[in-house]
Design a binder for this molecule. Sequence first.
Ligand code: PAF
Length: 288
Amino acid sequence: MRIRTTDVPLRLNTPAALRRWSLRCHAAGMSVGLVPTMGALHAGHLSLVERALEECDRVVVSIFVNPTQFAPGEDLDRYPRTLEQDLALLATAGAHAAFLPAAGDMFPPEFATAVRVGDGLSDRLEGASRPGHFNGVALVVAKLLVAARPDRAYFGQKDAQQCALVRRLAADLDTGVEIVVCPTVRDSDGLALSSRNAYLTAEERVRARAIPAGLAAAAACFESGERDAAVLTATVRDVLEAAGAAIDYVAVVDPEHFKEVETPGPGCEILVAARMGNTRLIDVLQLG
Ligand code: PAF
């Protein structure tokens, strides 16, 4: 398939158009990579696009602020929307297509299907703090995988529980899609890039450094031999509290099932969700 530079990224507006594009790519013998996003793209998203371009012949980036993953009272209405800037970034990055559906194209009035991942993955930690959130994520990711029929789909490690959930969903539904989890991209002071960082005031942005600093302090404790999860989480809590963060949770989990572990080994993950002012941020560090 020939794509003219003026069409880059090709704009696909409906699930049917995305499906047709993907089928044409596959018919031409090309592999397809999908990078699901909610837009307000930053270097973290672009690292996913870059990895997808290395591994796939054609790359589509979806930009859709999915209403079903926001609970009432969350930031759906004020979530940053920067479509033209996003498309310019994708053109520069070399993405081949952008999937830009309207909410009504994804969820028309007669829409009646639910997707839910069990095994506690939807309910623990992030799921407990944001009831219903992961059902919305599972639903939209299932729809994206069905429409885009990618060979690989790319997600950022910062949303660690989302990654575990999507891996489970892709396996359980026999999608055959390889879920690729890419490392978190951080600012120079360690703060994980997030579209929600835009909400922080300058003063909160400085205090938010406590999140990666707390995780790094716990990782250092682990490296020096500490194996008690309670000590590791207390280390993070102390740093966050000193910075005036309102802690939602700090936990050490096994990365597959997201069950809390008391005596972590290498590969376990330490997670944080905390508010700086009105902005809720999450982060994760792998131990070992
Ligand atoms: O991580 C995100 O940006 C969203 O949860 C996702 C995977 C694009 C689904 O809306």
